[in-house]
Design a protein around this ligand. Structure first.
Ligand SMILES: [Zn+2]
Length: 139
């Protein structure tokens, strides 16, 4: 299970609507070993010129963030991206690009420019597929 706040989800939804019809993306930071999101860090999508169903988080943003978090209680626990006019389920491309089984994949669906459902997933490396993870929303 992952726990995040309504305001964090609102931040992701706003980014998803702003990026529409492209995908938005960013990183999820959490503290300790529990999957509690402490903050959301947005990134430019490096692949907006390669179609509307691609995303790549700027590696420099991740490197800078990891450096900043080193030695702290926080770490990168996952990332998010949007699916414009597609359900919040991982695509075949997402599966092909999933290499880190520890990371949470949060996907927000956007329909006609409006953020819709949000689902969270984690890679099951043995089965080579994503499993949905419950997302608990706190205020
Ligand atoms: Zn995707």
């Amino acid at each position: 299970m992952i726990t995040c706040s309504q305001s964090q989800l609102n931040q992701i939804k706003a980014a998803a609507e702003a990026a529409y019809p492209s995908e938005c993306c960013g990183l999820l930071v959490g503290s300790g070993n529990s999957l509690v999101v402490s903050r959301v860090v947005s990134s430019p999508n490096l692949l907006t010129d390669q179609g509307l169903d691609r995303f790549e988080i700027d590696p420099q943003i991740r490197i800078d963030l990891e450096r900043k978090l080193r030695g702290s209680a926080e770490q990168i626990i996952g990332h998010y991206h949007s699916h414009p006019d597609h359900p919040a389920m991982p695509s075949a491309t997402d599966l092909a690009m999933a290499f880190e089984p520890d990371l949470i994949w949060l996907i927000v669906s956007v329909r006609d420019g409006q953020a819709a459902e949000i689902k969270t997933h984690q890679l099951d490396q043995t089965a080579n597929k994503f499993r949905e993870v419950n997302c608990k929303i706190i205020n």
